[in-house]
Design a protein. Structure first.
Length: 259
């Protein structure tokens, strides 16, 4: 019971992404790669070999012109909570290389523990985890531009979005030096949130009424991906279009049987 109460009092960082604002520009993906030292290959056209923690998908309503409607959907890690307090990937990892942080609600990835069994990739219904097949190779001089707060991953491990957790650690250190124990909303923001030119991504504590995400998640336009699975993701989406909300839960229109 104490563990449940502690979880209810803890922070729960998450995102609200407004799909009616997203233009599909990809700025969030570029910012994520630069912030988290994600390597790129010479031929990025082969998406089976390239790595990106944040993908932007294009959805359509499937209707012909002039009734065609298009939606762009950014998909980071959902940082699922599940009904038992952790995500599906945490449940299956034999090396405890991924864990659920009770204090922040963030699903971590510890690369030095991972031995590449990829059970977590099989368990994740959102396909947000990626296996690193290659050692990172940087063009001459580009290694000087790497983020010193984020470790560079070796080949043979699984990696994923971390909600830029290193920024949380940096903000907590600053608050500690100032004699504070709590962070303001603006002190911990992800790279994709700050890079979005349309302001479509909002980040904060889902349990804090002072944060914008607390109010946005209660919007009648809000939904979560594959919510019926019970994974309880911490990434919410907003859309006023019914077909977009239905697509988020893999809705299939039932055709009437012909008599």
């Amino acid at each position: 019971m104490e563990a449940v109460n502690r979880r209810n009092r803890a922070k729960k960082y998450g995102m609200v992404i407004d799909l009616d604002k997203c233009t599909g520009c990809g700025s969030c993906t570029v910012a994520c790669m630069a912030e988290n030292n994600i390597p790129f290959r010479k031929d990025e056209s082969d998406k089976l070999l390239s790595i990106a923690w944040l993908h932007v998908y294009k959805l359509t309503n499937g209707k012909p012109f002039p009734h065609t409607d298009v939606c762009y959907l950014p998909r980071p890690c959902m940082h699922c909570e599940g009904h038992h307090g952790h995500s599906p990937c945490v449940s299956v990892c034999p090396a405890t290389a991924t864990d659920y942080d009770e204090e922040t609600g963030i699903v971590s990835q510890i690369y030095t523990r991972c031995f590449g069994c990829r059970y977590c990739m099989a368990a994740c219904p959102y396909h947000v985890r990626l296996f690193n097949w290659w050692d990172p190779v940087w063009p001459d001089g580009m290694e000087k531009m790497l983020n010193p707060d984020v470790s560079v991953r070796m080949r043979g491990v699984v990696e994923k979005c971390s909600f830029c957790y290193h920024r949380h650690q940096r903000a907590m250190e600053k608050a500690y030096l100032e004699g504070r124990r709590e962070l303001e909303e603006h002190e911990y923001q992800t790279a994709c949130t700050q890079a979005c030119p349309a302001g479509a991504i909002t980040f904060g504590d889902l349990n804090n009424p002072k944060h914008a995400v607390y109010r946005l998640k209660k919007s009648p336009r809000a939904f979560r991906l594959l919510e019926r699975l019970g994974t309880r993701p911490k990434v919410y989406y907003l859309s006023s279009r019914e077909w977009v909300r239905q697509a988020g839960d893999n809705h299939l229109q039932q055709e009437k049987q012909k008599i």
